[in-house]
Write a protein that binds this ligand. Structure first.
Ligand code: BGC
Length: 815
């Protein structure tokens, strides 16, 4: 331990007090020992430091900061230097705002396109996500503060996110859902990790010994701090035993008391607490040091410029029929679409940044050189079809050479706490597009959204530029791509299926009651589509450029692969070359190909560069469930260099000597996994993969509701009051949507509907404590009067204790 001397001077109470927050964002301090509190703030793509009212849902405004493009956007750049640069700028802003721990990056896998926080995450591929995350983390931590990689782990849906039990087999867990974290921890060297809200195979992640101790600490050697997601602590003592140092936010001392009692009763050894305190002290002192030299204000313009650069490298050109782009000079352009006036540039929830500067298309038009014929919004951002607006837009389009149509998802659709209901963009935007197509078919769509959408309308546009959620400078960056000032170089970090039903997890997303079963196993994203040869709209790794590239001269050895890339077009540009590996043996099921490396290089017209991608410890490994280790199979491996996962330009074969581990599976028992057709897997086959029975996925409606049941389950509660409350919540949600207040309606879902009862105590800073909650649960379960009496008497006790504490604090202060 690094701080033994200091810990020796601490009382048990003081040690326990450090294990949870002092308030919503800060850790506890101990003045007499010179232990300061540190500040934790969201979020992944900008600093959300709340100076006044605090919340974890992005409701109250924060101090202005640069809103960089979200992770889903920057992943399209495939540029780890850029990730590092964004990280450094984030770090500098964190320091200038005195934030010690920046709560990001978020690196959960995009298992399903509808998952509500996809816009905050990098990719469906763990290698790409891990490498991008590591670069952000190194950047953020350059300044001595801490990144906090989240949400560890298997938090891939928002529905019932605080209680859902993720059922996943060990190999899929390791290869798909943990690899990005492994890279972030080993290569990014993050100083802290945020545990997720959900359970993993029946145990809350922050209490999960397998995840938190065996994998995170023992295997990966993580020595930093694990912090709970806000309000995500279930059993505080079990969490501590698993190595969860910090519970956030404050529970006003309630869980400190649980720790004290557990030490006194011997449930937990004091050394375990000491070790946690030691690691937390290390984080506190390491990140506090940075403020000894107070930083000056950050340069808003310079940071805005970096946000623009990040957006420019991340925009993806998806279609360019007849080279409609870059826009030819002298063309008369109609600007249509609500998002051109008010940019759609980030998602909703805890990641929301109050931008320091905000560009929008209309204001940047003049500088871009585009000859604008005018602007029409064409549709209501949150509404239904508006014929008047469509007519005006068509009139403008008729007199123009090209239509620039700004469409996408609105901010109430892509929000933390909620999954999307469909992959479509709003109908009123499609109706507008259909009408415009009748009068002018030179349409270039500019799409803004943070996740994959269906595009049944794709044939009606000649050009398609996907800006994703491109941050505060995104509008200008997109214009620079449209005019050709920037040659687009982004490639998709996720697959775009033709229709949602094609998604491999379609039948098992989201889990609606007790659990969600990852029956598709490791076949998520391109791993599935590519293996079963299913057509997609846009494959993983796809993106166009205004120039062309040729690949040649592949050379292979056991160290890696080298090849040449030539810019065969007329313009300078950047190409992203991707290394995929496939195994020729069929003894162990695998995806057809998996991403194992990538480079992004700049080339002048006519220029050729030699590129090498080294192999690493992930290139040939698979997780063997028999040996419980990473192993390598002796086999011939296809080494593929692609411009996307579906566009392999060079190929070679290499024989690799393996580790000689026994075969983990019997292929006859797992036909869906051996064929890759894992979109429909029977329960029995999934159980064979898991190696155990799958727990019941449905609620047992005969049982009384407890701490970990959610408010939504009041639907079947025994107590009439609870059932009435459920109806009221549902009605309010329906009504708010009906009157167009979608964000407020969302809030009900996020902060009430899916909240487990224990969350009431964890999130209210002891306004309602656990003993009072017991009374609430009695009411919910049909014992109204007994419950009410309990709530009132516990409330009185709580008030009395609080008063006594206050008095004690006052006397100590006076003394
Ligand atoms: C989110 C975290 C976030 C935290 C604090 C939670 O609701 O899941 O990502 O960092 O709130 O705002």
């Amino acid at each position: 331990m690094k701080h033994t001397e200091l810990i020796r001077q601490m009382t048990l109470e003081e040690k326990a007090s450090l294990m949870s927050g002092k308030n919503f964002w800060q850790t506890q301090n101990i003045e007499r020992l010179g232990i300061p509190s540190i500040f934790l703030a969201d979020g992944p793509h900008g600093i959300r430091k709340q100076a006044a009212a605090a919340d974890h849902l992005g409701l109250n405004e924060s101090i202005p900061a640069t809103c960089f493009p979200t992770a889903a956007t920057v992943a399209n750049s495939w540029n780890i230097e850029l990730g590092g640069k964004i990280g450094r700028y984030l770090g500098a802003e964190a320091v200038s705002q005195k934030v010690n721990v920046l709560l990001g990056p978020g690196i959960n896998m995009k298992r399903n396109p509808l998952a509500g926080r996809n816009f905050e995450y990098f990719s469906e591929d763990p290698y790409l996500a891990g490498k991008m995350a590591a670069s952000y983390i190194s950047g953020i931590q350059t300044y001595g503060i801490s990144a906090c990689v989240k949400h560890f782990a298997v938090n891939n849906q928002e529905e019932r996110r605080m209680s859902i039990d993720t059922i996943v087999d060990e190999r899929t867990l390791r290869e798909i859902y943990l690899t990005a974290f492994e890279i972030a921890i080993k290569e990014g060297k993050t100083k802290s990790v945020m545990s997720s809200y959900n359970m993993l195979n029946g145990v809350y992640t922050n209490e999960n010994i397998h995840l938190m101790r065996e994998i995170l600490r023992n295997e990966w050697g993580f020595e930093g701090v694990v912090v709970t997601d806000w309000g995500g602590s279930n059993d505080r003592v079990d969490g501590l035993i698993a190595g969860n140092e910090l519970e956030m936010p404050t529970t006003a001392g309630e869980t400190d008391e649980e720790i004290i009692q557990a030490v006194k009763s011997g449930k937990i050894k004091e050394e375990v607490l000491d070790e946690s305190v030691d690691r937390l002290l290390e984080l506190i002192f390491a990140t506090e040091e940075v403020y000894n030299n107070p930083q000056k204000e950050f340069d808003r313009q310079e940071h805005h410029q970096v946000a623009q650069e990040a957006a420019e490298e991340s925009i993806v050109l998806l279609k360019n029929e007849g080279n409609i782009l870059p826009l030819h000079k002298n063309k008369k352009v109609a600007i249509i679409g609500e998002f051109a006036k008010e940019a759609r540039y980030q998602g909703a929830g805890s990641s929301i940044v109050n931008p320091s500067i905000l560009d929008n298309t209309l204001d940047c038009l003049e500088e871009s050189g585009i000859i604008s014929m005018g602007f029409e919004s064409g549709f209501d951002r949150y509404g239904t079809k508006n014929q008047k607006k469509i007519d005006k837009a068509c009139a403008l389009a008729k007199n123009s050479d090209v239509v620039l149509l700004y469409i996408g998802l609105d901010e109430a659709t892509e929000a933390e706490g909620l999954d999307r209901h469909s992959m479509m963009i709003p109908e009123n935007q499609i109706e507008l597009l259909n009408a415009l197509y009748q009068v002018n078919n030179n349409i270039v769509a500019v799409l803004s959204c943070g996740a994959a959408v269906e595009m049944p309308w794709i044939n009606k546009v000649k050009g398609l530029v996907h800006g994703y959620l491109s941050g505060q400078a995104g509008a200008k960056a997109i214009l620079r791509v449209l005019t050709g000032a920037v040659n687009p170089s982004g490639k998709l970090a996720e697959t775009y299926p033709i229709k949602y039903e094609d998604t491999p997890s379609y039948n098992h997303f989201p889990g609606k009651e007790v659990s969600v079963e990852y029956r598709e196993g490791l076949y998520i994203g391109y791993r599935y589509f590519d293996t079963v040869n299913k057509d997609v709209l846009f494959p993983f790794g796809f993106g166009l450029s205004y120039t062309t590239f040729e690949y040649s001269k592949i050379e292979l050895d056991t160290e890696g692969v080298t090849f040449n890339i030539t810019n065969t077009g007329q313009r300078e540009g950047m190409e992203i070359a991707q290394l995929y590996v496939g195994c020729n043996s069929t003894k162990i099921f695998r995806a057809n190909k998996e991403l194992k490396g990538f480079v992004k290089i700049f080339l002048n017209p006519g220029e050729t560069k030699a590129v090498s991608i080294p192999f690493d410890d992930k290139t040939f490994r698979y997780f063997n469930v028999k040996t419980n280790c990473w192993e390598i199979e002796t086999a011939d491996y296809e080494i593929m260099i692609g411009a996307s996962c579906a566009d392999i330009r060079l190929q070679g074969v290499i024989t690799i000597e393996g580790t000689g581990a026994p075969l983990p599976y019997d292929n006859e028992q797992l036909p869906s996994y051996y064929s890759g057709k894992a979109n429909i897997v029977s329960l029995e086959e999934f159980e064979r993969l898991l190696g155990c029975k799958v727990p019941a996925a449905k609620w047992d409606r005969s049982k009384p509701l407890g701490y970990n049941d959610t408010i939504a389950q009041c639907e079947y509660a025994k107590g009439g009051v609870a059932r009435f409350a459920f109806k009221l919540i549902n009605f309010s949600h329906w009504f708010l949507r009906k009157i167009g207040k979608r964000s407020t309606a969302n809030l009900i879902m996020m902060s009430i509907y899916h909240m487990p009862f224990r969350g009431i105590a964890r999130m209210t800073g002891e306004v309602i404590n656990m003993p009072m909650l017991d009374g609430v649960l009695l009411i919910v379960n049909g014992q109204f009067f007994k419950g009410l009496r309990h709530v009132l008497s516990e409330g009185r006790k709580r008030a009395k204790t609080a008063k006594a504490k206050q008095k004690l604090a006052q006397t100590t202060k006076e003394a």
